[in-house]
Every structure is written in structure tokens, then in C-alpha cells.
Design a protein around this ligand. Structure first.
Ligand SMILES: CC(C)(COP(=O)(O)OP(=O)(O)OC[C@H]1O[C@@H](n2cnc3c(N)ncnc32)[C@H](O)[C@@H]1OP(=O)(O)O)[C@@H](O)C(=O)NCCC(=O)NCCS
Length: 160
């Protein structure tokens, strides 16, 4: 039987939060940690959608806070699987802040999250292949392949 093709679009997740005072610092802007929590959550949902398994976060990197997010802003989180290795998946996440009054949108944060599929015994388990279709999906996959390779090399070269 032919294998089902899974594309990044198939795993895409979009969710939304309203930034509340409990998420913010004394200057009224969202804590980096609150934003990373949202990123982790949406990335896990995209990875689960791709592999149909439980997943754990192995790492979050390249977090770039490009614009502040303020109390009262709505944030839109977009996530999709960029690249699949053997048991791990790299998910790209973009956080967009939206002014509820004007609808104006600005990209606030970007990050890459590595998640690993696990079985019932919490052991890593292989995930389905990813088949990028569009030029944009192919560009993201080839960039992600470089990052995955670089992360592996760094872990090997900096043993604890
Ligand atoms: C992530 C985890 C499952 C990896 O398990 P492990 O026994 O080290 O397994 P492996 O060495 O076989 O690595 C499994 C995969 O994870 C990847 N990986 C491991 N550590 C990683 C890291 N720090 N960053 C990115 N990828 C990592 C490996 O490259 C491998 O990918 P591949 O199979 O696609 O090539 C394990 O370290 C773990 O459970 N960590 C805690 C997770 C957690 O509690 N997260 C927070 C809450 S969800």
C-alpha cells in the first residue's frame, strides 16, 4: 500500500492568545518566558499532528525577540514542521502581534523547536517522512537540514 504523503501544511497549527497583566513585566510588555511557553505549546501540537504520537521537547533555539508584545495585544502563533530526521522534528514558530483596534500585524518573535516522538515507554520512536511541496516549504526544509546538522555537530563537539 502506498505511504501517505505528509506535508508541512498538514501539520500547520494556528492559535491565538490575549496578553494579560500576568504575562507581563512592570513595563507592560510580555515576559520572554511567557512567549517561549506559548511557542513550546504550539510547536508540540504541530509535531503531534505530524507524527500522531506523544512528543517531548528536546530543545528550543534561535529564539529572536524582534518586537515587544504589550498587554492587550492579541498574539497569533503559527507553527509547522520544517524538517524530520529519524525520531526528531524541527518545528518553526512565528509569533505575530495584532493590534485589536487596527488589525495591524507585526512579527514579534521567531523560534525553532526540536521535538522527539516517544513510545509508551518514553523511548524515541521513528516519525513519518515529511514531503515539502511548495517552494517555501522546500526552502524551510533545506535551511532546517543545515540547522539540524549544526546542532548534532555542536552536541558531539561539546560533550559534557
Ligand atoms: C529528548 C530525549 C527524548 C532524547 O532522548 P535520547 O535518549 O537522548 O535519544 P537519542 O540520543 O536517540 O536522540 C533522539 C533524537 O533526539 C535528538 N536530540 C537529542 N537531544 C537533542 C537536543 N538537545 N537538541 C536537539 N535534538 C536532540 C537526536 O538528534 C535524535 O534525533 P534523530 O533520531 O531524529 O536523529 C531525552 O533527552 C528526553 O526525554 N529529554 C527530556 C525531554 C523533556 O522533558 N522535555 C521538556 C518537557 S516536554
Amino acid at each position: 500500500m502506498a505511504e501517505t504523503i505528509k506535508t508541512p501544511a498538514d501539520s500547520a497549527v494556528e492559535t491565538r492568545y490575549l496578553v494579560m497583566p500576568g504575562n507581563a513585566n512592570a513595563f507592560g510588555t510580555a515576559f520572554g518566558g511567557a512567549i517561549i511557553g506559548w511557542i513550546d505549546m504550539v510547536a508540540a501540537m504541530a509535531a503531534q499532528k505530524h507524527c500522531g504520537r506523544q512528543v517531548v521537547t528536546a530543545g528550543i533555539d534561535s529564539v529572536a525577540f524582534e518586537a515587544p508584545v504589550c498587554i492587550g495585544d492579541q498574539v497569533v502563533l503559527l507553527a509547522a514542521v520544517n524538517y524530520v530526521s529519524h525520531t526528531s522534528m524541527e518545528v518553526g514558530v512565528k509569533v505575530i502581534k495584532e493590534d485589536p483596534a487596527t488589525g495591524q500585524r507585526v512579527t514579534a518573535t521567531r523560534a525553532f523547536v526540536t521535538l522527539v516522538a516517544i513510545d509508551e515507554n518514553h523511548h524515541p520512536i521513528p516519525v513519518p517522512k515529511l514531503t515539502p511541496q511548495t517552494d517555501e516549504e522546500k526552502r524551510r526544509a533545506s535551511n532546517a537540514a543545515l540547522r539540524v546538522q549544526a546542532r548534532k555537530q555542536l552536541r558531539q563537539q561539546t560533550t559534557r
